[in-house]
Design a protein around this ligand. Structure first.
Ligand SMILES: Cc1cc2nc3c(=O)[nH]c(=O)nc-3n(C[C@H](O)[C@H](O)[C@H](O)COP(=O)(O)OP(=O)(O)OC[C@H]3O[C@@H](n4cnc5c(N)ncnc54)[C@H](O)[C@@H]3O)c2cc1C
Length: 688
């Protein structure tokens, strides 16, 4: 019999409070320029962002006695601090009932293709240290009485390597890492938005030297926008994913990431075509992924039209009530969309059906007080008439109960508590939701130490393009921890001299641009730039994507960047300077993504991961109970594309795309203790 969890415990895991005070850094110098006074900060390593990845990097740097500074747009904001799902997942090596080994885990991590083998292995091996580090600073990962961590199966995971502290796992990670940062006296500059990377040198000597940031607290009469100079020979970009890129997005608001910032500095990006999309509640309300037990409890999913009429629309897609209900359940652990799962009445047909209903202007809801209604002419829903995997899961979790709400209560009371906390009572009200952009698998191209193509500049967490076409649920949080740790080790082992320069020219250039954008009546408004980008990305580069319309979308994105170059992005109040610059970056990032998508399609690329590339020339068509969905005929993936990556860079106002083969892994059987120890003792492992 399952144990009832007391309300106080549920509240503690839902209401995760952050440390009240962190150490605040003060500028060491002031730069006088054209009558402006610009504060200057110095550090040996500068971490941009305070999500789970950035905090891990900062803590590990400080532990290695590196003089680190964290500059963050908003402390305790971003995806790690504010997002989640029913039980947010952390994916790591596990002993699981079937045993595990690092190469098996690495191949599961890279199974979707387009992932470097060395990165997958590093994430696999590194998961142990990353995980233990979190546990030892207080992350409450659940254990059984023998000390074994409790695990379950998640998406793209056939073994059950996932674990969780509940819906707020990543927030709890931020909390324990922030507490550790407080103990270690890591200094922070809060409300500091990095807006331009500073570089010096040319060719192979080119390196990062710091950045310019807009800092709210630095605004004054002689620095109205709060521009600051942060000098550092090592910069770690941990600014998260580009949540603002898509209109239909489940990221918290104001998540811009650092793709545009990096592209502008000439840094190479990779796998920009790869994302995750999935069902979640709407961004304007409480953005949250509806994976795991939300759908494993099998609520009734329906739509409501403009006349208030209800539609049991999934019954038009699946052939039997059993198939319909079992696929709702499977969305739990096959939560993100996968193009191939739209075929053969798989679980992503649910998402396609939702897309069609939304296009018809209907609202989609899930009701936990009703079981799925039957497919016409078939038997009503019955617990005894479900696919075997579904029935076993419910039985194993003592959840063979009459109604979805009772099943959810049994399997995951925190899931109910969470929505209650945000003003929505699932026990009484149906929940509106939709399909949203949720994760960027691609990003800044990095090596196995998180080092980018710009010397001294690293990227970790969602900022980095470390994932392939798919990733097991929870692999994002793991990758952020592994690379946070690895970049700290690399920085600590590498000597880089701080630049002598004060970057007067670059600072003056940016000041002039800000001044121009503050005065030009013809400057584009932030809102118009935002709406244009978000609409284009959701409608032309979303999970349903018409391949023929991508070139036109790319041209439109290019024209937007030309207009921005000509007219600027308006700063109608000094406190809008950071947003104006971030939307310039988003415009660049959106063009980069479309450049990658266009190049992929031109190479004959097909549907993979989260995106179906629809085309009249497509070779496959999803079917429903009522026949072919010919409007969604799509191109299938070419196997050779799994063995390569597309890298996109921006130099002198031009994008370039390069196809490169995947990095491989050395022959592990040639690594031995005595032979390889010296490379560790002499730091040779950090070179090459
Ligand atoms: C709804 C949802 C559910 C998810 N569930 C899972 C899951 O179960 N398992 C999993 O592995 N992954 C999951 N993910 C993905 C995962 O949560 C993120 O990839 C991860 O939290 C990103 O962490 P991060 O530290 O890289 O970025 P964030 O946590 O987003 O942190 C970014 C930080 O950078 C700061 N910042 C941004 N721009 C700038 C700038 N220009 N200058 C200075 N600072 C800046 C922000 O303020 C913030 O502090 C989920 C994502 C979402 C949206």
């Amino acid at each position: 019999m399952a144990t009832t969890i007391p309300q106080s415990i549920l509240e503690k895991l839902t209401n995760v409070t952050m440390p009240r005070h962190v150490s605040l850094a003060a500028p060491q110098q002031t730069l006088e320029l054209d009558g402006f006074r610009i504060p200057v900060y110095h550090s040996d390593a500068l971490v941009v962002g305070s999500g789970a990845a950035g905090l891990r990097a900062a803590v590990e740097l400080k532990r290695r006695k590196v003089d680190v500074l964290v500059a963050t747009q908003t402390l305790f904001w971003g995806t790690s601090a504010c997002s989640g799902s029913d039980k947010q997942t952390l994916h790591t090596a596990s002993t699981s009932f079937k045993g595990d080994n690092f190469t098996a885990l690495a191949s599961a991590i890279g199974a979707g293709g387009a992932m470097d083998a060395d990165t997958a292995y590093v994430e696999s091996v590194g998961s142990v240290e990353a995980f233990i580090g979190l546990k030892s600073i207080g992350l409450p990962l659940p254990e059984d009485r023998y000390g074994a961590v409790l695990r379950y199966q998640t998406d793209h995971d056939e073994v059950g390597r996932a674990t969780s502290c509940g819906p707020r796992t990543s927030r709890l990670m931020v909390k324990v890492l922030a507490e550790e940062a407080v103990l270690l006296k890591v200094p922070f500059v809060d409300h500091a938005t990095a807006v331009r990377l500073l570089t010096e040198g040319e060719g192979a000597q080119r390196r990062v030297a710091g950045l310019l940031a807009i800092v709210k607290g630095a605004r004054s009469e002689d620095n109205p926008w709060g521009l600051c100079l942060m000098r550092s020979p090592n910069v770690v970009l941990a600014a998260g994913g580009p949540g603002e890129l898509f209109r239909d997005s489940v990221y918290p608001k104001r998540c811009f990431g650092s793709l545009g910032l990096a592209l502008e500095a000439g840094i190479a990006t990779v796998n920009l075509t790869e994302h995750q999309f999935g069902i979640g509640t709407r961004r304007d309300e409480f953005p949250w992924n509806l994976s795991g037990t939300y759908v494993q409890s099998m609520p009734y999913i329906y739509s409501v039209d403009e006349h208030g009429q209800e539609h049991n629309f999934l019954a038009r897609y699946y052939r039997t009530t059993r198939e319909l209900a079992s696929n709702i359940f499977r969305k739990g652990y096959q939560w993100p969309i996968h193009a191939t799962r739209m075929l053969d009445f798989g679980s992503s047909l649910v998402d396609l059906a939702i897309y069609n209903e939304s296009q018809a202007g209907r609202t989609i809801l899930m009701d936990f007080n009703r079981n799925p209604l039957p497919v016409p002419g078939d038997e009503p829903f019955a617990l005894g008439n479900l696919d075997e995997d579904v029935y076993h899961y419910l039985r194993n979790n003592d959840a063979c109960l009459e109604l979805p709400i009772a099943r959810l209560q049994r399997m995951n009371p925190l899931a109910i508590e969470l929505y209650k906390h945000h003003g929505h009572d699932l026990t009484t009200q149906p929940l509106p939701f939709n399909v949203n952009h949720q994760h960027m698998n691609g990003g800044i191209a990095v090596d196995t130490w998180g080092h980018s193509s710009l010397n001294g500049c690293y990227a970790v967490g969602e900022a980095a393009g470390t994932h392939g076409v798919t990733r097991p649920g929870g692999a994002a949080l793991n990758a952020g921890q592994v690379f946070g740790l690895r970049c700290a080790k690399h920085i600590a082992a590498t000597t880089r001299e701080a630049s002598e320069a004060l970057f007067e020219t670059q600072t003056t250039e940016l000041l002039r641009q800000i001044q121009r954008d503050s005065q030009r009546p013809e400057a584009l408004s932030i809102e118009s730039v935002r709406d244009e980008i978000q609409q284009r990305m959701s409608e032309r580069a979303g999970f349903v994507c018409d391949a023929a319309l991508v070139p036109e979308a790319l041209q439109a994105a290019r024209r937007l960047n030309q207009r921005i170059a000509q007219y600027g992005v308006a700063i109608d109040h000094p406190n809008k300077a950071a947003f104006s610059l971030q939307w310039r970056h988003m415009a660049l990032a959106s063009e980069a993504l479309l450049v990658a998508l266009d190049a992929y399609i031109a190479k004959g690329g097909g549907s993979r991961g989260a995106r179906m590339l629809c085309s009249n020339a497509g070779d496959v068509v999803p079917h429903t109970r009522e026949g072919e969905l010919s409007a969604f005929r799509f191109l299938s993936e070419k196997p050779e594309h799994r063995q390569e990556q597309l890298q996109v860079s921006w130099h002198n106002g031009e994008f370039s795309v390069e196809t490169r083969p995947l990095r491989t892994l050395d022959d592990l059987s040639t690594i031995f203790f005595e032979k390889n120890w010296p490379a560790f003792l002499t730091d040779e492992i950090y070179q090459g």
